[in-house]
Design a binder for this molecule. Structure first.
Ligand code: ADP
Ligand code: MG
Length: 248
């Protein structure tokens, strides 16, 4: 499926992209990292996951990208119940989602084009698909004019755009981002927020874990707030939340 083939909004038959049914994650005997979390994210939606450091944001995303299995409860992504085995093989994951992180992780010895193409080469995509999809993905993130640049020649924001293109180049229906603006200044962060928004407008379901207050406040999207592993707020159009404090 090409990026421009996907219209925004729910796809018939798969209205629910992510379902958490009473999910608990306990890494140890201490307070669980997530406790009894219930949520549904509809296909085509844009959702911010907010909360103080340690609230459980990364744990929530790790469940979705199968880096972790729930201790209790069920996680269902794109119709597949993830239990640490099913739906967690690498090819299935790569078809279903792209993931970006605070640590951008581009290959330093490859240029922009090759960094993005690499994500297709590792799944055995042919030359034709690479020649078609890489420019599309770079266009979407506003980097189509720098295919020959190496990561060290780019700003942090430009590098993150390339990482987003790499995550999307196989046209997955879902994009996850864990603190994508964590290392960026406020202006650059807003540019990344706009790129994520544009990707969502093109039909991709986007879930962003962040404690970037200005970004969340500016975008006024769905906000799910975690506090000490519990879901404490779910607003259809919300801001970051006045009560969140990393000192608490
Ligand atoms: N691999 C791990 N082993 C043990 N505890 C962990 C691990 N990862 C996270 N935690 C704990 O789980 C809680 C939630 O962490 P995390 O999901 O990383 O929160 P956030 O991303 O919101 O900062 C924290 O108390 C953290 O210390
Ligand atoms: Mg985190």
């Amino acid at each position: 499926m090409r990026l421009d083939d996907r219209s925004a909004g729910p796809r018939p038959g798969f209205p629910r992209m992510i379902v958490f049914d009473n999910v608990t994650v306990a890494y140890s005997q201490e307070r669980p990292a997530l406790s009894g979390v219930n949520l549904t994210i509809t296909d085509g939606a844009f959702t911010y996951i907010v909360g103080a450091t340690g609230a459980g944001k990364s744990t929530l995303l790790r469940l979705v990208y199968c880096d972790l299995a729930p201790t209790q409860g069920a996680v269902i992504v794109d119709g597949v119940r993830l239990d640490g085995r099913r739906g967690c093989d690498v090819p299935a994951l790569r078809r279903r989602m792209g993931v970006v992180f605070q640590d951008i992780g581009l290959l330093p010895d490859r240029n922009v084009y090759e960094n993005v193409a690499f994500a297709l080469r590792v799944i055995g995509a042919g030359h034709r698909k690479i020649r078609r999809n890489v420019p599309d993905a770079l266009e979407l993130v506003g980097m189509v004019h720098r295919p020959d640049a190496y990561p060290r020649q780019l700003s942090g924001g430009e590098q993150q755009r390339v990482a987003i293109a790499r995550a999307l180049v196989n046209n997955p229906p879902l994009l996850l981002a864990d603190e994508p603006t964590g290392n960026l200044d406020p202006d650059t962060s807003m540019g990344i927020a706009e790129v994520l928004d544009r990707i969502n407008q093109a039909g991709t379901t986007v879930v962003v874990a962040t404690h970037d207050q200005p970004m969340v406040d500016a975008m006024q999207r769905r906000v799910i707030e975690l506090s000490r592993g519990r879901l404490v707020r779910d607003e259809e159009r919300g801001g970051y939340g006045a009560s969140i404090s990393d000192e608490a």
